[in-house]
Design a protein around this ligand. Structure first.
Ligand code: ATP
Ligand code: MG
Length: 443
């Protein structure tokens, strides 16, 4: 992508309304624009990152056997009356009346709707296990939207729903999502710790919140330090096998949010030098809630002997849009964002220091074409802005590599290649630049 033809509205000033670094950087880097409280447009740079995060989530959901569909944002209140949540949900639910005076709502979550889909089609235990998910906008009329997209009113969530014959199998489904979550966050460069959690309005018996430690997080958390460098299940993990040993290992140390913490147990089970009391960002939550929805809504399956039983369910959310903020909170410096390559909006920023100079233009255009043909996503700054402003923009938007081509270096046949995370710089020939980036950025 040529910067001259891209839409990247960089802000020079630090926006006053932004209290935390991820919000500031997202505004400055032209990733989002607030349209009203807690409601954002995703500008092209932000949208590219959002799509990358979605793709990782989709790949890991598929690996764990979940099947993607898409449900609407607007739901009928009648469904929620069936489960009893229409009156119970509270003011976070945006209630809407259509022209026929029918009660509708903008979905804050989809347990009722997926249960309705399930009961319409599935009759037999032979169709289980089933896990259906979507990535869709949610609306919750948060009393205090803040921190940009971290606590929005409209936000993008991945929500999966598992259906199983009994509790034992439902826990197996839960374990598959649990392991998928560990892998999903890791692929985005995050360490997310599964913590015992309260079940809130979703309800249920078993639940974990996946928490990324950050000073700007909204929850206080208590956990064992060994979680910080615990190995994550690799690509070879078999989702058809018994995953309970992995889950048992990942829940063997103490980790709980402030809502459910038992400080006595925390102190008794975690040695003093391993105790972490910190703030954290909730990037996902998993629930097993048995027949809480299937019972009142009549979602039943026939067992092998022909009796009908309500299906056992779980639900599994990931805050897709919140993850952008969490990743930036975890990975930035004074100059801007430092994207992990897996979610970076582009892999490489190619800076032409003297647009219009024949030697520089030719070398940059040639490298740009070769990188793109190698499958590397390049943002090519072909504008005539000042060098200082070009460098500042590149540092701000945080692409993993910057390649700078100027008349001085190119006279000697070299580009300057900078690693954004380490700051390390090398002078490399065009061919060596290409080889290095291909090796570093393509699998
Ligand atoms: P919170 O406690 O932060 O209000 P929640 O527990 O109500 O979140 P869940 O129902 O568990 O949220 O939703 C699944 C995920 O969606 C959360 O783990 C979080 O990452 C994300 N999420 C929830 N509310 C918001 C919001 N207002 N803005 C952005 N992301 C959100
Ligand atoms: Mg939650």
């Amino acid at each position: 992508m040529r910067l001259s033809r891209f839409f990247l509205p960089i802000l020079k000033e630090t926006p006053k309304e932004a209290e935390i670094v991820s919000h500031r950087l997202m505004l400055r880097a032209g990733m989002i624009r607030q349209q009203s409280a807690g409601i954002y447009s995703w500008l092209p740079l932000g949208h590219r990152v959002l799509r990358k995060i979605e793709r990782i989530v989709e790949e890991e959901q598929a690996r764990a056997g979940a099947i993607q569909l898409l449900m609407p944002t607007i739901q009928s209140a009648d469904l929620w009356r069936e489960s009893g949540r229409y009156d119970a949900y509270g003011k976070e639910m945006l209630r809407i009346t259509d022209r026929h005076e029918r009660d509708m709502l903008y979905g804050p979550t989809n347990e009722e709707m997926i249960t309705d889909i399930f009961r319409a089609y599935v009759r037999s235990y032979k169709d289980l296990p089933l896990n259906l998910y979507h990535i869709q906008w949610k609306f919750r009329d948060e009393v205090r939207p803040r921190f940009g997209i971290m606590r929005g009113r409209e936000f993008l969530m991945k929500d999966a729903y598992s259906f199983d014959l009994d509790q034992e199998r439902a826990v197996e489904a839960y374990n598959r999502m649990f392991v998928a979550y560990l892998r999903t966050y890791k692929r985005m460069g995050l360490t997310a710790i599964p913590m015992r959690a309260e079940t809130g309005p979703i309800g249920g018996d078993l639940s974990h919140e996946f928490i990324v430690l950050a000073d700007t997080g909204e929850s206080e958390v208590y956990c064992h330090a060994d979680y910080l460098d615990k190995a994550i299940p690799g690509d070879d993990v078999d989702f058809d096998s018994d995953l309970s040993p992995i889950v048992a290992d990942w829940t063997s140390h103490y980790a709980a949010t402030e809502d459910v913490v038992d400080k006595g147990e925390f102190e008794a089970s975690v040695p003093e030098d391993k105790r972490i009391v910190a703030r954290g960002i909730e990037v996902g939550q998993t629930f097993y809630f048995g027949t809480k929805y299937s019972d009142p809504m009549g979602a039943k399956v026939a067992t092998a002997d022909g009796t009908e039983v309500p299906v056992h369910m779980g639900s599994y959310g990931i805050g897709v849009s919140r993850l952008l903020g969490a990743i930036i909170e975890a990975s930035h410096d004074d100059d801007g964002i430092i994207w992990p390559a897996s979610v970076a909006p582009f892999h490489v920023g190619l800076v032409n220091l003297k647009a219009g100079d024949e030697l520089t233009d030719t070398a940059c255009e040639d490298l740009y074409g070769k990188l793109e043909r190698a499958g590397i996503e390049v943002l090519y700054d072909d504008t005539d802005a000042r060098a200082g402003s070009k460098f500042a923009t590149m540092d701000l938007i945080g692409l993993p590599y910057q390649v700078v081509g100027g008349p001085r270096g190119l006279k000697d046949g070299v580009f300057e290649v900078k690693n954004r995370a380490t700051g390390e710089k090398e002078m490399l020939s065009p061919e060596a630049t290409l080889n290095k980036l291909v090796a570093a950025l393509t699998a």
